[in-house]
Design a protein around this ligand. Sequence first.
Ligand SMILES: Nc1ncnc2c1ncn2[C@@H]1O[C@H](COP(=O)(O)OP(=O)(O)O)[C@@H](O)[C@H]1O
Ligand SMILES: [Mg+2]
Length: 364
Amino acid sequence: MVTETALRTPAEERYAEELAKLAEADDSLRPRGWTLSARAVRRFILGDTKLGIVRKFYGDDPLVDRAIVSLMSNQGLMLVGEPGTAKSMLSELLAAAISNDSALVVQGSAGTTEDHLRYGWNYALLLAEGPSERALVPSPVLTAMRMGKIVRFEEITRCPPEVQDALISILSEKALAVPELGAEQAVRAIPGFNLIGTANLRDRGVHEMSSALKRRLNFETVHPIADPAHELELVLKQLGERLGPAGVKADVGADVADILVQTFQDLRTGRTKEGTSLTRPEAVMSTAEAVNVLHAAALEAAFLDNGKLTGAHLARQIQGVIIKDEPEDGKRFKAYLDHVVKERSARSGPWRDFYQAARALRLT
Ligand SMILES: Nc1ncnc2c1ncn2[C@@H]1O[C@H](COP(=O)(O)OP(=O)(O)O)[C@@H](O)[C@H]1O
Ligand SMILES: [Mg+2]
């Protein structure tokens, strides 16, 4: 018997209670085929204290409104940005709120074929009975069209051009021909169907997408969180979500977590709040990485130390984010330590712990 819950469940399951509350309180206009009104979808993502809905996406509320509007229109939605800016998370939340189903996903890669967008066959049945509805294996896109749901297409730009081309006709015709089932056989999308694509700007390809496909999608750029206070709130909240279910207790002071947020913001933007310019590392310094560092540091504090998170735990974990495959990054981080962190360490205890432990790392 399975007693443990899965490591990760779809958003509509994780937030089933919230979605039920929103549906119950929902008296606003619901776009055709949506399970919630546009206002309730916004509340689900941006939070509503009165209803007890937590904020899930930070830093750009107008972007969420534009995304919702775009999904009501005939255009698909395309979220582009640096890795770790919550493009996938936002697309999952939108699909969960709009369709109560975030599981219809195509994962784009160099190996994605047109069949992944259209349909395949159960060959045993195909051989036994010939082409039939029963033998057809629908793609997530086809299922979304039939059921009037949102389909998510991750990393579109990693797909070969012919796959991207197949998407154009689906988005413009809102229908998919199945010639094997008869000349006139086509699946027509019902209301509620739309597509959310994501793409990383660091991958080659966003700029090479065909203009025909670009025209069928509304592009929104998701930026890293600019406000340190928002980022701090988010990383602390996510740390709680990770440690809580695992039953791990760590004492994480806001002043220590703030070191993490500040170093990430400094290195990501190439500018400190004191006004010093820095060379930015090549490594991705996203909020997602910051949460990973804090999580690992808290685990070290809880399991290998006395449970109190210090700057030293952070310093040891940050190494794995900064030192990946670019040797220059180690030097850049060392310059940051010498020119920025050293000064801060003269004024604050947690920064001193961080500085001393970071100095002891092998950075080059
Ligand atoms: N603006 C933000 N609001 C909320 N969470 C964020 C934000 N930016 C990053 N995150 C965190 O980063 C994680 C990784 O995001 P993900 O959706 O995988 O990024 P992407 O698809 O852009 O690479 C999210 O699950 C979330 O925990
Ligand atoms: Mg992603």
